[in-house]
Design a protein around this ligand. Structure first.
Ligand SMILES: NC(=O)C1=CN([C@@H]2O[C@H](COP(=O)(O)OP(=O)(O)OC[C@H]3O[C@@H](n4cnc5c(N)ncnc54)[C@H](O)[C@@H]3O)[C@@H](O)[C@H]2O)C=CC1
Ligand SMILES: O=C(O)[C@@H]1CCC=N1
Length: 274
């Protein structure tokens, strides 16, 4: 644990809470984490659970931080960063917001160029997140290592060279947990329509996802080979996969991910201007 690493969060909602849960007491002491949020309930919860300090408005605690994490919605980013400006000198600014580009954050911060953009995901809550990250030119090696340390506290990281690919990461792993939950919900509904109880359907659907995901992660074989091993010719899986193909499910999933990437770009254009 780096006893001295001081981290501020602007926004203490879902993702910030997940990150703070991984950081407090492991990467740094909870007392070294400061959270700014307009919602007093969010602050109270974080203070009680992790011992963070907090304030309802951006204040001098930000100046004393090594890292400032921007964890508000893209829609709020401009007004938040405007208020942040007087408190930013050399700190690393780490944004987790979808869409908002580093060039816009830098412009709002008078040319500040120590910015890391990242896209985490909600499995971070249980230490199993994955985060895509990209650094601007002004990020020092030490700051890059700090950013990696912060996101590694809640899972694994992938560094990108091209910021434009953050929209692709958002489409696959940032939004991805929702696609998985959607599929699990469909499996639960199918289980009930086939006569199983809700509890039985829940257990079967989730264990199947967990088991298949672990198998996919641990196997040296391509995913297509794992799929083929389940699929006996003329058998039950064959019937199911034929139905999925006929309904265009794979094409729909690809289209859905592309829609998320497009929305990321739109958010950047809509809320990143001036
Ligand atoms: N939820 C997710 O799965 C992921 C979210 N993100 C990004 O993380 C960011 C935050 O998302 P969530 O945590 O899901 O949202 P959230 O709504 O749970 O948290 C946002 C927090 O910001 C606070 N806030 C609003 N205006 C503020 C202001 N002016 N000053 C200080 N605090 C303010 C709100 O009270 C709220 O607690 C977004 O930009 C999103 O794109 C990134 C990856 C995954
Ligand atoms: O839906 C969103 O905009 C955010 C970004 C990735 C996951 N949630």
């Amino acid at each position: 644990m780096n006893q001295n690493l001081k981290i501020s969060f602007i926004g203490g909602g879902n993702m910030a809470s997940a990150l703070i849960g991984g950081l407090a007491g492991t990467v740094t002491d909870g007392g070294n984490i400061h959270v700014v949020d307009v919602n007093p309930d969010a602050l109270q919860h974080l203070a009680q659970q992790f011992g963070v300090t907090s304030s309802a408005t951006i204040d001098a605690a930000i100046s004393a931080s090594d890292v400032v994490v921007l964890a508000v919605k893209p829609q709020q980013m401009k007004q938040v960063v405007d208020k942040l400006l007087p408190y930013i000198h050399g700190q690393l600014v780490l944004s987790i917001a979808a869409g908002i580009q580093a060039i816009d954050l830098s412009r709002w911060l008078n040319g500040h160029d120590a910015i890391v953009r990242c896209m985490p995901n909600t499995p971070a809550l249980i230490g199993k997140g994955i985060t895509g990250m990209v650094a601007t030119r002004g990020v020092s090696e030490e700051q890059r290592a700090m950013a990696d340390l912060i996101l590694c506290a809640v899972g694994s990281t992938i560094w990108l060279d091209d910021e434009a690919l953050i929209d692709a990461v958002t489409a696959i792993s940032g939004s991805g947990p929702a696609y998985v939950f959607y599929f699990i919900e469909a499996m639960q509904q199918a289980a009930q329509e086939l006569g199983l109880t809700a509890q039985q359907g829940n257990a079967l659907a989730i264990a199947t996802f967990v088991g298949a995901s672990h198998l996919a992660a641990e196997s040296a074989d391509p995913i297509s080979v794992l799929r083929e091993r389940v699929t006996s010719k003329g058998g039950t899986t064959y019937a199911a996969l034929n139905s999925l193909e006929e309904s265009g499910v794979k094409a729909s999933i690809i289209a859905a991910a592309k829609a998320a990437a497009v929305r990321g770009k739109e958010l950047g254009a809509e809320f990143g201007r001036d």
